[in-house]
Design a protein around this ligand. Structure first.
Ligand code: GTP
Ligand code: MG
Length: 392
C-alpha cells in the first residue's frame, strides 16, 4: 500500500517537474467530480498506472491532487485527479486546493479539458450535485463549454432490466445538466460499449469493471483522442479571471462555493494577484485556511432554498449567499422579476425549491404526468398548469 502511494507521489512530482521545466505550455486535463465517482480510476485507465484510485488495497490514499501523463495525443498530456467534492462542508476547501494548483501552474499549462465525473449508478442527484454543476459552469464559462466532458461511471451490468434502469438514471441526469448548464454538454459513458466509430451502443452486458479492463482503457483513450485530439487556446473562465488579476476568492467559481461571511480575523482568501502570466511566473503557493477555520464554519452550515435559488445558511444567523440562478451566470439577488410562463419562476415566487428534482417530486405528488420526460417543455407546461390551479 505504502509503495503504491509512494509511486503516485513520485509520479506527481515528476509530472510537476516536467510541466514547470518545459519550454512549452503543457496540455492538462482537469478531472473533477464527487467523491468516489471514479476520477482516479479513469486516469489510471488512460495512463496505464495504478495506485491512484481508492480500492480495497489502498483505501487510505490521501485526498490529494494526483498527476499522471499519457502520450496518447502524440505529445505528453497531463491529467490531474482532484480530491472529490463530498458535501457543502468540504466544497470550498476542495475548490481552493484545485484553485491554488491551477494558479501556481497557470504560466506553464494550457487546460485542454475539464472532465466532470459522476457515478451514474447512484439513485439520484442531491442539491449539492446541482450546486457543483453551477460551480462547473462558473469555473469553465460558456466559451469553454465545448471542452467540458461529463464522464459517467458505474455502468457495469449483465441484465437488460439493470441496463434500462441505468439509462433512465442517465436520461434524467442529462435533463438536469441541460437545464443547469443551459446547453448540451458532451458526455462519455465509461463502461458502456462503444463501436468502432466511437459511438456508444446499448449492448448488454456492458463492460465488466473486472474483466474488460483492456476495453475500458481503450474506450477512455479513444474519447481523449476524439475530444481533445486538436489543441486549442481557449481557457476556462477561472484561468482567464486569474490572468486578468482577479483574486481566487473573487472568481465566479469561488463565489458559487464560498461561504459569505468568514470571520474577519481569519484569512478570507488564500489567493493573491500575480502579474500577467506572460511575463512573470506565479508566486509560491499561499496557505489554505486550516481545518480549524473550516471545521468551525462548516459545523454550522446547512442548505436552504430561498426565492433566489439554493443558498448556504451559515450559523444561526440568517446570513446566506445565493448561488447563481440556473438561467444566468451571476445575477444579483435583488430585482427578481418572475416570468409568468416559467415554471421555475412560479415555484420561486412561492418560496419553493425550483430545482428540477423538486419540481419533479411535486409533479409526482400531484399526479402530473404529460408523458414527456422531466424537464421537457411539455412536462414543464403541464406542471405550470397544475401549479396555477393549486395556487391561483
Ligand atoms: N464497478 C465500478 N467501480 C468503479 C467504477 N469507477 C470507479 N470504481 C471504483 O470506485 C472506487 C472509487 O474510485 P476512484 O477512482 O478512487 O474514485 P475517485 O473519484 O478518485 O474518488 P475520491 O478521490 O475519493 O473522490 C474504487 O474502488 C474504484 O475501483 C466503475 O465505473 N464501476
Ligand atoms: Mg481520487
Amino acid at each position: 500500500m505504502e509503495q503504491a502511494q509512494q509511486e503516485v507521489e513520485e509520479r506527481t512530482r515528476a509530472c510537476l517537474k516536467s510541466i514547470t521545466e518545459s519550454e512549452e505550455l503543457s496540455p492538462l486535463i482537469v478531472v473533477v467530480g464527487t467523491e468516489g465517482a471514479g476520477k482516479a480510476s479513469l486516469i489510471e485507465h488512460i495512463t496505464d498506472t495504478n495506485g491512484l484510485s481508492r480500492n480495497s488495497l489502498n483505501s487510505a490514499v490521501p485526498k490529494k491532487l494526483q498527476l499522471a501523463s499519457t502520450s496518447v495525443l502524440g505529445q505528453e498530456t497531463f491529467l490531474i485527479s482532484t480530491p472529490g467534492f463530498s458535501d457543502t462542508s468540504n466544497a470550498y476547501p476542495t475548490f481552493l486546493l484545485i484553485a491554488n494548483m491551477i494558479n501556481n501552474l497557470r504560466a506553464h499549462i494550457t487546460i485542454q479539458g475539464v472532465w466532470y465525473v459522476i457515478n451514474n449508478g447512484l439513485p439520484r442527484d442531491t442539491s449539492f450535485n446541482f450546486q457543483l454543476l453551477t460551480w462547473l459552469s462558473a469555473f469553465c464559462g460558456r466559451e469553454y463549454y465545448s471542452y467540458i466532458t461529463i464522464v459517467t461511471t458505474h455502468w457495469g451490468c449483465t441484465l437488460q432490466e439493470e441496463f434500462e434502469d441505468l439509462i433512465m438514471k442517465f436520461d434524467y441526469r442529462k435533463h438536469v445538466w441541460e437545464e443547469i448548464l443551459s446547453a448540451d454538454i458532451e458526455t462519455y459513458q465509461h463502461g458502456k460499449r462503444y463501436n468502432k466509430f466511437g459511438e456508444e451502443t446499448n449492448q448488454v452486458p456492458t463492460l465488466s469493471w473486472h474483466t474488460d479492463k483492456a476495453i475500458l482503457k481503450e474506450n477512455a483513450r479513444d474519447m481523449l483522442r476524439r475530444r481533445y485530439g486538436v489543441a486549442h487556446d481557449v481557457q476556462p473562465r477561472f484561468v482567464r479571471e486569474l490572468n486578468e488579476g482577479m483574486e481566487i476568492g473573487d472568481t465566479a467559481a469561488a463565489k458559487v462555493l464560498r461561504p459569505l461571511t468568514p470571520p474577519t480575523s481569519s484569512p478570507t482568501s488564500p489567493s493573491h494577484t500575480p502579474p500577467p502570466v506572460a511575463t512573470v511566473k506565479p508566486k509560491a503557493p499561499q496557505p489554505i485556511p486550516g481545518p480549524s477555520f473550516w471545521g468551525r464554519l462548516v459545523n454550522n452550515i446547512g442548505i436552504e432554498v430561498n426565492q433566489h435559488g439554493i443558498g448556504l445558511r451559515v450559523g444561526p444567523a440568517t446570513a446566506s449567499f445565493g448561488y447563481p440562478s440556473l438561467s444566468s451566470e451571476f445575477p444579483s439577488t435583488g430585482g427578481f422579476i418572475p416570468d409568468p410562463n416559467s415554471v421555475v419562476d412560479a415555484f420561486k415566487t412561492h418560496g419553493m425549491d425550483s430545482s428540477l428534482a423538486a419540481r419533479t417530486q411535486w409533479a409526482r405528488q400531484h399526479g402530473v404526468d404529460s408523458g414527456f420526460p422531466a424537464g421537457s417543455k411539455e412536462q414543464n407546461s403541464a406542471i405550470l398548469r397544475a401549479f396555477r390551479s393549486f395556487y391561483p
